[in-house]
Structures are given as structure tokens and as C-alpha cells.
Design a protein around this ligand. Structure first.
Ligand SMILES: *[C@@H]1O[C@H](CO)[C@@H](O)[C@H](O)[C@H]1NC(C)=O
Ligand SMILES: *[C@@H]1O[C@H](CO)[C@@H](O)[C@H](O)[C@H]1NC(C)=O
Ligand SMILES: *[C@@H]1O[C@H](CO)[C@@H](O)[C@H](O)[C@H]1NC(C)=O
Ligand SMILES: *[C@@H]1O[C@H](CO)[C@@H](O)[C@H](O)[C@H]1NC(C)=O
Ligand SMILES: *[C@@H]1O[C@H](CO)[C@@H](O)[C@H](O)[C@H]1NC(C)=O
Ligand SMILES: [Cu+2]
Length: 508
């Protein structure tokens, strides 16, 4: 962990075979940020585009790399990604500025000595639980535990070698379950050249704010005196806490000098969970947004449900996963959208329309919002209440485009996209706990044409049949064995009114 690099060129057809060799868990692969143009069935989201892949089963994902840049793939089954089922992904293409060498991936994550699944019950417990403090963070799967110099320090740090005078491309991704990082290398500045899969006009900074699911390509010049410097991913406590959150460090070693523990000091900054400055993120390929044909407004709240469990609600509805009967399967079977989660399946039937999504939250906690199937335009992002007339929220002229943007604490986020991709697309908070506690909705785009984009409908059906066999459900009636287990958890107490299991305890 992280898993092996998936590497391709812009325009390639990418084929990934996934074999579930777990004994007791479903799984899936989602290729984060990949548009899946007319291939919604390859998006890898249990309860939306597929059933979980059952133990012992195989499936093949095939998609075209129509974008380029840095990303990652991960399981979208419950919070399994944060148990380690993820890896980096590079689609090679043009860069917005020149550099000498590819330094490769810098995969950032948070980490805990107990599994996140074993912490989930406490995280959702409204009486004695709540937000979790994780132990540590990792850079490319590595870090130490315990103070430097202490005899009982364990682990080792990621080390990158610099030749003095050269420039290096670093590809950053934040794969954390709950953490936002400020990334920097002591004493160095760098140039930011892309946000997610979108090349931007290069800008120079010395600290990079990276939220969950986001990627940045940066160019670092090895222009400091030969020596060893800390590379840092400082956790931002304003989002969530990590015990060793200011000791998530790697080492930048200049060749030609002796290898030693760095003594460099970090930059001074104000702790904050924020995105990079909006004005800095200017796409090179300039595209303007247009007036909305449809606006979707969602207000976010968190509340206790009848079982005293925390749930996130979008305009009063919390998302419930439906593993045995995902939305796409329902559409293929019946030609209509299942009604499992109230207004959280939002239909935009026509192609060529501008859809605005306005998300507002009065709660003083930021959320990284991710939309599948599109790069979206970020029309507005700010503190306070959104007001179309007075908020600086209607930048239609070449606004930032990406696939994850931060909903600021007690603030609003205005996203826009054009309907040009028939399919079923999840939009969710990328904090793993929040997704699992219902912070998600789905866009049903161009329903009349979805079926015709799914070449091989057998794949969707076969994966569901195998899952329903495994989970003890009869796929023809949808009636469950009340004691069947999924995700290692007995779920009979959550049986839905129609006899289907509603997996309150495992998210999308
Ligand atoms: C299945 O997943 C759950 C939750 O991640 C975990 O508690 C359980 O140990 C897993 N079972 C196996 C056999 O890996
Ligand atoms: C998406 O696929 C459709 C149908 O094949 C094609 O017309 C369209 O140009 C594609 N869009 C992109 C961005 O690749
Ligand atoms: C950070 O602030 C401290 C205290 O003002 C100062 O001593 C230190 O040099 C500053 N560090 C940097 C890298 O600017
Ligand atoms: C869902 O649809 C079915 C069949 O159309 C209907 O019987 C049921 O009441 C609906 N459930 C909800 C929660 O709307
Ligand atoms: C389900 O489990 C409960 C408690 O262990 C048991 O009483 C019941 O008989 C089981 N039901 C079935 C259908 O196996
Ligand atoms: Cu959230």
C-alpha cells in the first residue's frame, strides 16, 4: 500500500482486471476523476453503477483515458479504500511548464494503527462517539512513529534525491479518510501546473493546500544549498485531528552531500482547511460557463437518526446504499430510477443543459465535494450564506475546473457542468466517514439514453447475481435472508420495509 501504479497515455483504452481474493468482503475499483464518457457502468460505485464484486469473482473495467494528469484508483465499497485498497494512476500528456525529471507520485494519506472499519461504529455513535483522532499520516506509504532520535521509533521516511540545479515534477494526491494537508519542502518554492486533471497557468507558491481526492502537479527546482530538507504534509486540525499530525515527513536529499536527518525548519502559516486561492486556478484551455438551465440547491445538516447514529442530510435526506440493487441495474431492468433515497436521485434528462449545484452548510466544518462523470466548473466558493445576487459566486469567465472542490466551513460552493455524459453519477463528500453516513446524492443524466451506452449489460447483471448469491439474497425477489452478512456486519436490524437490506452501516 499504496497499490501498484496504473500508467497510460492520453487517448489509451485502459483495461483493468479486478479479482476479489478477499474472503469476506465485497470490493470495487473507482478510477477517480476519470470522466467515463458514455461508460457509466465502469465507474465502480457499489449501489450506484454496480453491485459490490463478491469474493472469488472477477470483473474487467474498460475505459478511455480522455483526460491526462495525475490521479488514483480506489475501492468505493464502504470505507475499504482507507483500509488500503487504493493506488496511484498517471495518464501521460502535455505539461503546462517544462522540467528536467519526473520525480513520480507523492501519495499522501492519514493512517491509524487500528483499522478504520473497527473505528466506524464509534465514529457514528451519537451518544459516546463522534469525530475520530487518527494516529499518523504517510507519504508514499511511509513514515516513522515516535520522536526522531528515540530508541523505540519505528518505521522509515520516504526519501527523494535531488541533483542540484535540476527541476523535478512531483505528482501529489491526497487519499486520506479525513485529513487535509499543507504540503511543502523546507526552504523551497515550487510551481503549480495542474489541478486534478486540468492544466492551469503556472503559479508559484511555497505551501500547497491539498484536500481529500484532489491532485496537483508541481515543479520543484533543486536550487537550495546541498543538504537534507524536510518534505512535509502538515495535517490541518481545523478539519480533523491526527496525533502525530505535524510529523508527517519525508526527506529531500541533495546528491553529493552526506545523508543526514534534516534540521530544517518549516514555514510559518496560519492553520486552515482551505483550497488553493480561487484566483490562482486558471485553466489553460479557457472555457466559459453559461446561465443555468437547472439549479439544484442542497443544504447540509448533520443529525442523529432514530438509532442515535450520526447521519448527514442533504435537504432533509440521507443517502442509503443499496448494494443488492444499484441504480444502474434498476434502470437496465425497469427503465426507471429506483426511489430508494427520495430526492437524492436527481434527474437531468436533457443533453446540452447547464446544471448548477449550490451546496450550503451552516456547520463550521469544511467538506471536499467530489462529482463523478464530469470535471465541473467552480462558479463560487465562500463563507456565509449564498445569495445569487450578492455573493461573488457567478464567475462564468474561465472559472477553475476540477473534480473535487472544498465546501468551506459554514459556507457555500457553486458547481456547474453541462449534461453531455449519459449515466448515473455520484456526488459526495470525500471524507470517508461522511460518505458512509449519508453525505451523497446521485445525478441521473440523460436517462432515455443510458441503456444504449451500456454495451454489455450482462456484466452489470452478472456482478449483481454473484453478489446476491454471496450475500444470501435472491436477485429475482430481492428478499433477503434476514441474517445474511455483508461487510462483516450482521444487518438484520436494518432490513428495509420492502424486505431489502438497507445498509445503514456501510456507505457507497
Ligand atoms: C470485511 O470488512 C470488514 C470491514 O472492513 C472487516 O471488519 C472484516 O474484517 C473484513 N473481513 C475480512 C475477512 O477481511
Ligand atoms: C463522449 O462520447 C461521445 C459518444 O461516443 C462522443 O460523441 C463525445 O465526443 C465524447 N466526449 C468526449 C469528451 O470524449
Ligand atoms: C517562523 O517564526 C519564528 C518566530 O517568529 C521565526 O523565528 C522563524 O524564523 C520563522 N520561520 C520561517 C521559516 O520564516
Ligand atoms: C418506491 O416505489 C414503489 C413502487 O413504485 C412504491 O410502492 C414505494 O412506496 C416507493 N417508496 C418510496 C419511499 O417512495
Ligand atoms: C437469525 O439470527 C437470530 C439470532 O441469532 C436467530 O434467532 C434466528 O433464528 C436467525 N434467523 C434465520 C432465518 O436464520
Ligand atoms: Cu463531509
Amino acid at each position: 500500500m499504496p497499490g501498484p501504479l496504473i500508467e497510460a497515455n492520453w487517448g489509451d483504452t485502459v483495461v483493468v482486471h479486478l479479482i476479489n481474493a478477499l474472503q469476506d468482503n465485497g470490493t470495487s475499483f473507482h478510477f477517480h476523476g476519470v470522466r467515463q464518457n458514455y461508460t457509466s457502468q465502469m465507474d465502480g460505485v457499489p449501489s450506484i453503477t454496480q453491485c459490490p464484486l463478491a469474493p472469488g469473482q472477477k470483473m474487467t473495467y474498460t475505459w478511455i483515458a480522455s483526460q491526462y494528469g495525475t490521479s488514483w484508483y480506489h475501492s468505493h465499497y464502504a470505507i475499504q479504500s482507507s483500509e488500503g485498497v487504493f493506488g496511484p494512476m498517471i495518464i501521460h500528456g502535455p505539461h503546462a511548464a517544462p522540467f528536467d525529471k519526473e520525480a513520480g507520485m507523492i501519495v499522501l494519506q492519514d493512517w491509524n494503527h487500528q483499522t478504520v472499519s473497527s473505528m466506524y461504529d464509534a465514529a457514528q455513535d451519537g451518544k459516546v462517539g463522534g469525530p475520530r483522532v487518527l494516529d499518523n499520516g504517510l507519504i508514499n506509504g511511509m513514515n516513522t512513529w515516535g520522536p526522531d532520535g528515540a530508541a523505540n521509533q519505528t518505521g522509515k521516511r520516504f526519501t527523494m534525491n535531488f541533483d542540484h540545479g535540476k527541476s523535478y515534477l512531483l505528482r501529489l494526491v491526497n487519499t486520506a479518510i479525513q485529513s487535509t494537508f499543507k504540503f511543502y519542502i523546507d526552504g523551497h518554492k515550487f510551481t503549480v501546473i495542474s489541478t486534478d486533471f486540468v492544466p492551469i497557468k503556472p503559479y508559484v507558491t511555497n505551501i500547497l493546500n491539498i484536500n481529500i481526492g484532489q491532485r496537483y502537479n508541481i515543479i520543484v527546482h533543486a536550487d537550495q544549498p546541498i543538504g537534507d530538507y524536510w518534505m512535509r504534509a502538515d495535517n490541518q486540525r481545523a478539519c480533523a485531528a491526527i496525533t502525530q499530525g505535524l510529523d508527517i515527513k519525508g526527506i529531500v536529499h541533495y546528491t553529493g552531500g552526506p545523508m543526514s536527518t534534516p534540521t530544517s525548519s518549516g514555514y510559518n502559516y496560519t492553520t486552515a482547511c482551505v483550497d488553493e486561492p480561487y484566483a490562482s486556478l486558471v485553466p489553460i484551455v479557457a472555457l466559459n460557463a453559461m446561465a443555468a438551465n437547472k439549479e439544484i440547491d442542497e443544504t447540509v445538516v448533520v443529525a442523529l437518526n432514530a438509532q442515535n447514529l450520526y447521519r448527514w442530510y442533504l435537504d432533509g435526506t440521507t443517502f442509503q446504499s443499496q448494494f443488492d440493487d444499484p441504480t444502474l441495474y434498476g434502470i437496465l431492468k425497469n427503465g426507471s430510477v429506483p426511489n430508494y433515497s427520495g430526492d437524492l436521485a436527481i434527474e437531468v434528462p436533457e443533453l446540452g443543459e447547464w446544471v448548477y449545484i449550490v451546496i450550503e452548510s451552516p456547520i463550521p466544518l469544511p467538506h471536499p465535494i467530489h462529482l463523478h462523470g464530469h470535471d465541473f466548473f467552480v462558479l463560487g466558493q465562500g463563507r456565509g450564506t449564498y445569495n445569487a445576487a450578492t455573493s461573488p459566486a457567478s464567475n462564468l469567465v474561465n472559472p477553475p475546473r476540477r473534480d473535487v472542490a472544498l465546501l468551506p466551513a459554514a459556507g457555500y460552493l457553486v458547481l456547474a457542468f453541462v449534461t453531455d455524459n449519459p449515466g448515473v453519477w455520484l456526488m459526495h463528500c470525500h471524507i470517508g466517514w461522511h460518505t458512509s453516513m449519508g453525505f451523497a446524492l446521485q445525478i441521473i443524466e440523460n436517462l432515455p439514453n443510458i441503456r444504449s451506452t451500456i454495451g454489455d449489460t450482462c456484466m452489470v447483471t452478472n456482478v449483481c447475481d454473484a453478489w446476491n448469491n454471496y450475500a444470501g439474497l435472491d436477485s429475482t425477489t430481492g428478499i433477503g435472508n434476514e441474517n445474511s452478512t455483508t461487510n462483516g456486519t450482521t444487518s438484520n436490524s436494518n432490513a428495509g420495509t420492502n424486505g431489502r437490506q438497507i445498509m445503514f452501516d456501510s456507505g457507497v
